[in-house]
Write a protein that binds this ligand. Structure first.
Ligand code: FHN
Length: 579
């Protein structure tokens, strides 16, 4: 997986016959993504396949595509060899529904393979398991008039294997990844997934296979971390897992607008600023970013996409070191942006801070960036794109403060490179009381052990399926006192009634913990705030610990946050200097 982890940034290409209608069929705009027009328009496959006769992208230039990807800083390309509509972008001996059956009559994947080889870009193939036009694929679309009895799914799988052999060992260079998709229909099983992965690996042991060869995708989240599934990495789609997927390789794929394939009416383009920050966010969580383009029917990549890729490339020109070959941030969360790291020879570490929010002027008019919780000694600091500025690093109670110039070198994300001794030693910053002295312990800030995990969907702790699941927060209080404990939680119908405790450590003699009972709600995200009583907290640093007592149903609860509000005056007057 070395090259994949080093690359971090790739180009996804969705191209095929669907680019011709571009989201319009018989003069009517078809809702949904462009590449889904056959399904969105409930088009009879026999009315769709004649598009083959119109496919003639005379301006297609594989070297131009590779040049655009390289200039953006993308190190690999994943192109749709065959999408759900079954049309093949290479010269296949298994079907006539391929590019050689079009007026264009050029093997697009072969030209791209040559250009990638020449440009030093890794070529990879997306391949859809679902196939709406193949005579043997099942299930048929509900409006497809062909009799499903005539179909033989095993024969379909045979054809697919023959085509995969053509792609992997048919002279298209060393294929980097087989990017499967369309695995969610009932006809595709875990057993078929295991078998196909084995088949592909049998042809080329070094090829990377994504997890959509099997059934472990778990929707847009991209990976079911509980099960044992075939595939080498997880594939979140259109989202970034807020904690990454620790311990696993993963890659977020994303559109620049709302469609993968070309759609004339879709101009809902993300800004290059958003895309650069997504790249930083994804790398800071240990993932790869596969950013999509949907070429036009004439063979050109849409100008709006080229423009954004050019802007990302300009950023990568200066800051690429903070992305390529890095690993996930050692910090749980940073108030000003993101962080990646790279091991240096001799055991030292280089941290790359992506500063999204430039610090405001301090009392002396200077700008300093506080890196909270960094305990390791800082040995050097420099600002990429402004290396002339001498960054001074000062040790403070809260971590390290690093001086910065008045103006950010890059308004989107300026990169501060900081070398430290050894591996990062980070003290998890404690949660401090807010102005009214209350402490809000959010799900995303919890330190988790055992069977409980953070869920993006509703930003909660969930999958709390056994008593070994424990959530902890560090808090720092200037003065101790009694606190009212409110929990924002949810449990689906039939899942209420579990008991849990909220305790502090070290704990005062009186009232060290309080018990809560989980209410029944409309669903796992129908959160309610429940007052579960009072607890005594000591001044200074302590841990707040939430753990199950009895789990009534399949899981304890979904917990969004715990709020501790001082009940007596002493505690409600926050110490000077607290937020
Ligand atoms: O249905 C496809 C879709 O067209 C597109 O290919 C994306 C890319 O990851 N995958 C499927 C939706 O999850």
């Amino acid at each position: 997986m070395g090259w994949f982890r080093d690359a971090r940034f790739g180009m996804f290409i969705h191209w095929g016959l669907y680019a011709i209608p571009g989201g319009v069929w018989n003069g009517a705009s078809v809702p949904g993504a462009g590449e889904w027009i056959l399904d969105g328009g409930k088009i009879d496959p026999a009315a769709y396949t004649p598009l083959q006769g119109q496919f003639n992208p005379v301006e297609f230039d594989a070297e131009e595509w590779v040049r655009i990807a390289k200039a953006a800083g993308q190190r690999y390309i994943v192109i749709t060899s065959k999408h759900h509509d079954g049309f093949c972008l290479w010269d296949s001996r298994v079907t006539t529904f391929d590019v050689m059956g079009t007026p264009f009559k050029r093997d697009i994947l072969r030209e791209l393979a040559t250009a990638c080889e020449k440009g030093g870009i890794r070529l990879c193939f997306y391949h859809s398991i679902m196939d709406w036009t193949h005579p043997d694929y099942l299930p048929r679309r509900a409006w497809d008039p062909r009799d499903p009895e005539d179909a033989d799914f095993d024969r379909y799988v045979g054809d697919m294997k023959s085509q995969l052999r053509e792609l992997i060992s048919g002279g298209y260079g060393r294929v980097g990844i087989l990017w499967f998709d369309g695995e969610w229909e009932k006809t595709w099983t875990h057993e078929l997934g295991l078998d196909l992965a084995k088949f592909v690996r049998g042809i080329d042991p070094s090829i990377i296979i994504n997890n959509r060869v099997d059934k472990g995708r778990s929707g847009m989240a991209g990976l079911d971390t509980d099960g044992e599934w075939a595939g080498d990495y997880g594939t979140p789609e259109q989202e970034v897992p807020s904690m990454g997927i620790p311990g696993t390789d993963w890659e977020t794929c994303m559109t620049m607008n709302d469609t993968w394939g070309w759609k004339t009416s879709d101009t809902n383009w993300k800004s290059s600023e958003v895309l650069v920050r997504d790249l930083c966010d994804i790398a800071s969580k240990g993932g790869n970013f596969l950013l999509n383009v949907g070429p036009q029917p004439d063979g050109n990549i849409p100008p709006a996409s080229v423009e954004r890729l050019r802007a990302i490339g300009e950023w990568m020109e200066v800051n690429g070191d903070s992305i390529y070959g890095t690993s996930a941030s050692p910090f749980r969360r940073l108030p000003f942006g993101r962080c990646t790291q790279k091991a240096l020879p001799g055991g030292a570490t280089r941290l790359y801070f992506h500063i999204f929010d430039w610090p405001v002027a301090n009392a002396s008019g200077g700008r300093t960036l506080v890196v909270p919780g960094l305990e390791s000694p800082v040995t050097a600091a420099r600002l990429l794109g402004a290396t002339a500025f001498a960054c001074e690093a000062t040790r403070t109670d809260d971590g390290w403060s690093i001086s910065l110039p008045e103006t950010a070198p890059d308004a989107v994300a300026s990169v501060l490179e900081v070398d430290i001794e050894g591996v990062p030693d980070i003290e998890q910053p404690a949660t401090m009381p807010s102005a009214n002295g209350a402490l809000t312990l959010g799900a995303a800030d919890a330190l988790l052990t055992g069977h409980v995990r953070f869920e993006d969907r509703c930003e909660n702790l969930g999958f709390w399926v056994s008593a070994d699941g424990v959530a902890r927060w560090f808090v720092r209080l200037a003065v101790g006192g009694r606190y009212r404990v409110i929990a924002r939680m949810a449990a689906a119908p039939g899942e209420g009634g579990s008991h849990f405790t909220v305790a502090s450590a070290p704990s005062p003699a009186s009232q060290p913990s309080v018990n809560g009972i989980v209410p029944e709600c409309k669903d796992w995200c129908d959160f309610v705030e429940v007052d579960i009583g009072e607890i005594e907290l000591l001044a200074g640093e302590s841990e707040i610990i939430v753990r199950p007592h009895t789990i009534a149903g399949s899981a304890l609860m979904n917990l969004a946050w715990i709020r501790l509000t001082p009940t007596d005056s002493a505690a409600s007057t926050p110490p000077p200097g607290s937020k």
